[in-house]
Design a protein around this ligand. Structure first.
Ligand SMILES: O=P(O)(O)OC[C@H](O)CO
Length: 373
């Protein structure tokens, strides 16, 4: 499902935690009415402690603070931290806590990442409140202002007040939340829309990407940490490359938090390379960012291109259709391509047997997981 395209927004690209963390913390510190946060990962540590302190400070100023965490992704949040949040007045809810009634239901996770301040300013990207995001992982976020923020707020409110979310925070807290779209004087705003998905039931992010892959005319650059593309996406990428589009993938190198996922995706490299797709593996650290560029269209947010994101998770991305923002994202891609190792098709075709065996092994596991519903 997706929201409407809305004009008059401002989007600011925030590559790397050194940029987006201070910007987000400053926004929370300046909040006057409300702070809404929705995260997949939150684990006790330095970042979670700093976040808890900022949220409690906001409550002390009279701000209404709502924190919606995934019931699985927040399992690493210690009881003492949960107590600090509750005692500090933060309304806390958990999406779909693990249960024994239906094991398959446990696969549905809230993977979205969102911070909204005063209904006027929002942030999304691939971030979470775990220490890896401080400096170990490469991540990207976007700061959003304008009419599209209201769509993010509505998305948050629906999940907060849904039967799948539980916890001490009252469901009714989201009723009557204030929205305050900010306008910038003399600024020609950008076009954007929110796109979301719920596993195999709603796949708007995937359909939107497929459409762009099939209609791109010049460039199609995709960055994703977990690249296990479906047959349809692989075919569309190959076709785009064959019709002359500059198709490039920016993927993690050997530094990876789930190496098995990397091997599962690498089994598709050969065919993509033969079709003319260029593949870059990022070297400095683990690249966890999720953003795509097709001509002047950008999609950035929580969605990976693996079966977890496409079949089970709740996901949400910000789409932007604007040449100025696209130029910024292209610049970011270029810098990251320069820090990557490009896979040479000839060398790849002569890779060792052990590598091929791992691709087969993890590929088989992945194919088996795909069948779970
Ligand atoms: O699921 P992501 O993309 O937020 O990444 C978090 C990793 O799964 C943690 O291992």
């Amino acid at each position: 499902m997706h929201g409407m395209w809305r004009d008059g927004n401002h989007f600011e690209l925030l590559p790397e935690a050194a940029l987006f963390l201070p910007t987000m913390f400053e926004a929370v510190d300046q909040a006057r009415h409300s702070v809404l946060i929705e995260l997949y990962l939150m684990e006790s540590g330095r970042l979670a402690t700093a976040l808890i302190e900022a949220l409690v400070r906001a409550v002390e100023r009279g701000v209404s603070v709502l924190l919606l965490l995934d019931g699985y992704g927040a399992m690493g949040l210690a009881t003492v931290d949960r107590q600090r949040l509750e005692e500090g007045g933060v309304a806390l809810r958990f999406f779909n806590p693990l249960g024994v009634q239906s094991l398959v239901r446990n696969l549905t996770r809230d993977h979205r990442k969102l911070v909204v301040v005063d209904g006027a300013e929002a942030f999304t990207g691939g971030f979470g409140a775990v220490d890896e995001f401080l400096d170990a992982w490469y991540e990207v976020a976007v700061r959003i202002e304008g009419p599209v923020v209201a769509d993010w707020v509505r998305l948050f409110c629906r999940l907060w007040d849904s039967p799948m979310s539980r916890g001490p925070g009252r469901a009714s807290l989201v009723r009557g939340l204030e929205l305050a779209a900010r306008q910038r004087e003399g600024y020609r705003g950008m076009r954007g829309r929110v796109v979301w998905g719920q596993g195999y039931r709603y796949q708007a992010i995937r359909h939107s990407l497929h459409h762009r892959v099939s209609t791109a005319t010049e460039r199609l650059w995709i960055c994703t940490p977990y690249f296990v593309p479906t047959f349809t996406l692989r075919r569309r990428l190959a076709r785009a490359a064959r019709r002359g589009v500059d198709v490039r993938l920016l993927l993690p190198g050997e530094v990876h938090d789930h190496p098995g996922v990397r091997y599962a995706g690498q089994r598709f490299y050969g065919r993509l390379l033969r079709a003319g797709v260029r593949i870059f593996e990022f070297q400095p650290t683990f690249i966890h960012a999720k953003f795509s560029l097709a001509d002047d269209w950008v999609s950035l947010g929580s969605c990976n291109f693996d079966h977890w994101s496409l079949q089970w998770n709740l996901e949400a991305n910000q789409e932007v259709d604007d040449p100025r923002f696209a130029a910024e994202v292209a610049g970011l891609f270029e810098r990251n391509f320069a820090s990557s190792r490009e896979i040479d098709p000839e060398t790849w075709s002569r890779r060792p047997r052990m590598q091929r065996f791992r691709e087969w092994l993890y590929g088989t596991l992945d194919a088996w997981l795909t069948r779970l519903r």
